[in-house]
Design a protein around this ligand. Structure first.
Ligand code: UD1
Length: 355
């Protein structure tokens, strides 16, 4: 009998992570799988565009939980997932990353005695005020299989006493990036956004710590204004961020656009002079694309990208952002391989079917 899996997804980064894994599972005979969509992200540009572009299978179950406080949202997911797991009775549940959907997937399964595989395990920001840090710590400790993108993450788990079934497999986002870059028309994307190669910045801001404090968000806008001295900034605004920008001064030269899908994001990130972001996933993607990154947070889980010199942490300080932009335009660093080689999906499935 093939191993029966359910993979829970709900938010943008999970769609990108799960696409190569879904393809690998579909291609094999020793494992079967279906997707459960929690509905955490529900707008077309936040969800469906990823399913279409990444050719993800339609979810077998959709919980439609939508937005809410962390407790309301996670609680609704738990209730829905209990029902799905009891109906489907999978051999194991796969969960990605660090969102509320990640946590709910693991907690509901663990309480029902269903083993959990956590992909992107062992990441730590060491900042417990971040909801994502709480989600990933709890998920790691509930999981049977811990699939890490690199050795630093595996060491973090061992330091917390998690030693069994810790596997360094590389990062599924790398698999996804390679797949997307084969399909995307970069020149056509740049033309559509009205930008020239190497002569614009890409910016994204959606972390609660940056968006929920108007002073901090205004500081970031001032940092972006300073970047526009060099080049214009394309700023796809997450739906969380968009209303919070109203009432703040938007600098000339910063162009707000709707959220973009993976193909546009990768085409723009690959050709930007630098990317300014508070996203986790984008920090790695930008590294693989050999574009300098400026991370507008005080810490990062992707510490290797900082150690190589390709990523700079600035918080929301406009002067630090300005200095990082100038350094990014000036400096080039050696580019060692990080977070795998694009074969994470195959390694994950090999471990699951043989254990
Ligand atoms: C979530 C994850 C974060 C991840 C991000 C990727 C948690 C705690 N955070 O943050 O780790 O980096 O997804 O994008 O799970 N909204 C819409 N339409 C949507 C989705 C959201 O309008 O399709 C708005 C709603 O006002 C909602 C807000 O965005 O309240 C925040 O959405 P939510 O899913 O709670 O968190 P994200 O900020 O997206």
């Amino acid at each position: 009998m093939p191993l029966k899996t359910l993979t829970v997804v709900g938010a943008r980064p999970e769609f990108v992570q799960t696409a190569p894994l879904a393809r690998e599972i579909t291609a094999r005979k020793d494992i079967v799988g279906a997707l459960v969509h929690t509905g955490q992200h529900y707008d077309y540009e936040m969800s469906q565009v990823f399913f279409s572009q990444l050719e993800l299978p339609e979810p077998a179950h959709h919980l439609n939980v939508g937005s809410g406080s962390h407790g309301v949202q996670t609680g609704a997911m738990l209730a829905g997932l209990d029902d799905v797991y009891l109906t489907e009775r999978p051999d194991l549940v796969i969960t990605h990353g660090d969102t509320n959907s990640t946590l709910a997937a693991a907690l509901s399964a663990a309480k029902l005695g269903i083993p959990v595989a956590h992909v992107e395990a062992g990441l730590r920001s060491w900042n417990r005020t971040m909801p994502e840090e709480l989600n990933r710590v709890v998920t790691d400790h509930l999981s049977t299989w811990l699939f890490c993108p690199g050795e630093v993450a595996a060491d973090n788990l061992r330091a917390e006493g998690l030693r069994n079934c810790v596997h360094v497999v590389g990062d599924l986002m790398r698999d996804s990036l390679l797949w997307t870059m084969r399909t995307v028309d970069v020149a056509q994307t740049l033309e559509r956004f009205g930008v020239a190669p190497g002569r614009f910045f890409l910016a994204t801001v959606h972390r609660a710590e940056n968006t929920d404090d108007a002073g901090r968000l205004q500081s970031i806008l001032e940092g972006l204004r300073r970047a526009t001295i060099h080049y214009p900034v394309v700023f796809p605004a997450h739906p969380r961020t968009r209303p919070l920008l109203e009432g703040l001064d938007m600098p000339t030269g910063v162009r707000l656009v709707e959220p973009i899908g993976h193909a546009d994001a990768m085409a723009l990130a690959g050709e930007a002079a630098a990317v300014l972001t508070d996203s986790g996933g984008l920090q790695k993607e930008v590294y693989w694309l050999k574009t300098p990154c400026i991370t507008m947070r005080n810490e990062t889980e992707w510490i290797e990208t900082v150690e190589t010199g390709w990523n700079r942490l600035t918080g929301a300080d406009p002067l630090a952002i300005e200095a990082a932009v100038e350094a990014a335009l000036r400096e080039r660093h050696p580019h060692p391989e990080l977070y795998g080689d694009g074969n994470a999906a195959r390694r994950i499935v090999d471990h699951l079917v043989t254990s």
